[in-house]
Design a protein around this ligand. Sequence first.
Ligand SMILES: C/C=C(\C)C(=O)SCCNC(=O)CCNC(=O)[C@H](O)C(C)(C)COP(=O)(O)OP(=O)(O)OC[C@H]1O[C@@H](n2cnc3c(N)ncnc32)[C@H](O)[C@@H]1OP(=O)(O)O
Length: 719
Amino acid sequence: MARYELVKRSVALITLTNPPVNALSSAVRHAIAKSMEHALNDPKVSAVVICGENGRFCGGADIREFAGPLRGPPLVPLLDAIEAGEKPVVAAIEGVALGGGFELALVCHYRIAHFKARLGLPEVTLGILPAAGGTQRLPRLIGIPAALELITTGRHISAQEALKLGIVDQVTEQNACEVAVEFALRAVAKPLSSRRVSMLTTPCPPDLDALLEAVTMQVKKKARGVMAPLACIQAVRAAATMPYSKGIKRESELMATLFNSGQARALQYCFFAQRTAGKWTLPSGAQWNNSKPREIRSAAIIGLGTMGRGIVVSLARVGISVIAVESEKKLLETGKQMVIGMLERDAKRRGVSASLNLLKFTLSLQDLKDVDLVIEAVFEDMALKKRVFQELSKVCRPATLLCTNTSGLDVDALAGVTDRPHLVVGMHFFSPAHVMKLLEVVCGPRSSSETIATAMSLGKRMGKVSVAVGNCPGFVGNRMLKPYLDQATFLLEEGATPEQIDKALEDFGFAMGVFRMSDLAGLDVGWRVRKESGLTGPDVDPKNPPRRRQGRRYCPIPDMVCEQGRFGQKTGRGWYMYDKPGGTNAKPDPLIQNLLEMYRSRYGIQPRNISDQEIIERCLFALANEGFRILEDGIAARPEDIDVIYLFGYGFPRHGGGPMFYSSMVGLERVLERLEHYHQAHPDVPHLEPSPLLKKLVACGSPPVQKWREHIKTMHSHL
Ligand SMILES: C/C=C(\C)C(=O)SCCNC(=O)CCNC(=O)[C@H](O)C(C)(C)COP(=O)(O)OP(=O)(O)OC[C@H]1O[C@@H](n2cnc3c(N)ncnc32)[C@H](O)[C@@H]1OP(=O)(O)O
C-alpha cells in the first residue's frame, strides 16, 4: 500500500500504491505511518519525498470506507505527525492531489507539482468538509477569501493556479518525483518552522464578518438547503479566529454534524452512481469492458433546430468533422450562423481556437455517403423520421451508424425501415445539447453491442454522462416525467398554483419547479404529443367525460393554456408571464389564476389548501413509482441509472441522490404507505398505484438501493 525505498543515499521515497487513485484507505494510512516512523528514526535518512504510483499522487480518503467503522490510524494525528517531524518532507504531486491527498500535501514542508497536476478539496461535493486539517491549513497558507472559494466549491485547480496562490513551491514539466528528491536534498539544512503551515497565522481580512456573510449568502443562493458549504464557512471562520489546536477541534465537530447526514450519503451515492452508469451490460453478456467501440472521425447531423445545433457544437469541439444538413436554404443559413456563433463563444470561454474548419453545411443528403455516423435531429414526427432513415439507408455506406435524437419515439421502428437495424441506436441529448451533460443511449432490440459501445464512448468523448436504456415510449427520463407532470396539474385542479408547486419543488432542491421547467422546454411539444395520442383535440370523442381520457383521470388545463397561444418562454407567456418572448424572468400571471378559478368553478371543484408535503410526496413518489416500473420492465438496468438520468437531465438535487435513492432514504415502507394512501384518494390515477417491485422490496425488508438489482434479476430486460 506504500513502497519505501532509500534513494540518493539519504532520501526516503514513500510511494503510495493503491490503484487506481492511491486513495487513503486504512491500509495506506497504516503504511504511511510505518514508513514515516522508519524514515524519521533512520539516521541515514535526511529528507523524505512522498509520491503516488502511476503518476497519481492521491485521490483522497477512500470514500468506500465511509460506510463502515473507522479502521487503521486516523488521518489528523497522522498528518500532524508528518508536519511536526524534524526532517524535511516534500510532496511530489503528479496527476491529482484531492481531498485527503491535498491535505497530505499541505502537511509536507514543500510541494512540487507536475504542470499537468490538479489539486483541490472536493469534500463539499460529497456532503462533508476537508476534515483532515484542510479547513485550518489552507486559509493559513493562502488567506481566507481564496481558501473559502476553493473549500466551498470543491473546485479543482491547475498546478499553475496553485503556484500563483502560493500552494505549491515549484511547477515542473519533468518527473515531479525526481525533481522533488533533488529539492529535498537542498532543503536538508534549512529550518522547518516557517514551513509548518499549521503554525502560520491566518492572514485575516479586516472585514471578516462581512466577507463570511457575503459568501454565506452566495452559497445559500447557489445550493439551496445544502448543509456542507455552510459548515465549511464555519470551519474557515475558526481558522481565522482560533489557534490551530482549537480550530482543528472545531473542524472535527462540524464534520460530525455532516458525516452521517442523509445529504452526505446521497452525495457520495451520486459519486459512485455516476461511475456505475457508464458500465452498461446486455443480457447477451456483452458489456462495457468486452465490447469495442468504433472510432468516430466524421459525423453528420440532420436538422439544425435547437437540438441539432447543440449536437454539432458538442461533436466539433472534440475534434470530429461534422456535416450539418437542413432541408431549406434559409434554415441552413440561420443554423450555420448560430452554430458558428456558439462555437466561437465556447472557444473564447475555453481559451482555444474555434474548430470551424471541421464544419460543412449542406442541403443534400448525398454528401453523407462517407461519414462514420449520422445523428438525426429532425422534428419529433415518426413519419418524417422514417423517411429520413430510409433515405440514409440508401445514401450512407453500409457501415455507417444511424442514430436518432428522438426524445421518446420507437427506435426499433426506425431501425426497421433501414437496411442495417443492428447499426441503429438512439442518442437522446437534452436541451441545450452542448450544455446538458446527460445522454440517454437507447438500445433497440436489434442494436449490436458494437453500436451501443460506440454511442456510449462517443458520449463520453463529448464529456457527457451516458446511460444505456431500453426502448419504450419516453425511454427512462421522459417516461417518468409523465406521472410527475400529471400530479402537478392534478394539484392545480385541486387548489394549488403553479408558483406554489414550483416553490415547494425548488425548496426541495430542484433547479427549477415543474412549471418553470415546462415553460423553458416549450409547452407546445407536449400538446402535440397529447393530440397525437388522442388525449385532446378534435378527435376526442365528445361523449368522453370532461376530466377523463382513456379510462383514467385527465387534466385538460395544459391544453387550455396552449389553446391561448401560451407556449412558454419563447412566446413570452406560459404558466408564467415573461417580459418578452424569450425572456427568462418568470412572474405569476393573474390570467392563469383566473383560468384556474374559472376551471374549478366550471367543474364544481372546491379548492383546498394543499401542503408542501403533499406536493412533494405526490410529485416525487409518483415519479419514483414509475422508476420502479421501469426497473421491472427492464428499461433501466439499475436504480443508479435512473438516478443519474434525473440528476443530469432533470435538475433533481444531488443532495437528494435522485428519485430512487431518495425513496430509499425516505424509507420504502413509507413511500409504499403514502402511495397507497394517495391511490385510495385518487383511484382513477393508475400512476399512484404502488408498483409490484416496490411492494416486493418492502416485503424483502427494504434492502439498500445497491441491492435492488438482486430482486430484479429474474425479470425481463429490454437492454
Ligand atoms: C474526510 C474526507 C477526506 C479526507 C477525503 O479525502 S474525501 C475524498 C476526496 N476526494 C475526492 O472526492 C476525489 C474523488 N475522485 C475523483 O474525483 C476522481 O475519481 C479522480 C479525479 C481522482 C480520477 O478521475 P478519473 O480518472 O476520471 O477516474 P474515476 O473517477 O473513474 O475513478 C476511477 C476509480 O476510482 C474510484 N475512486 C476514485 N476516487 C476514489 C476515492 N477517493 N475513494 C474510493 N474510490 C475512488 C472510482 O469510483 C472509480 O472506481 P471504479 O468505477 O473503477 O470501480
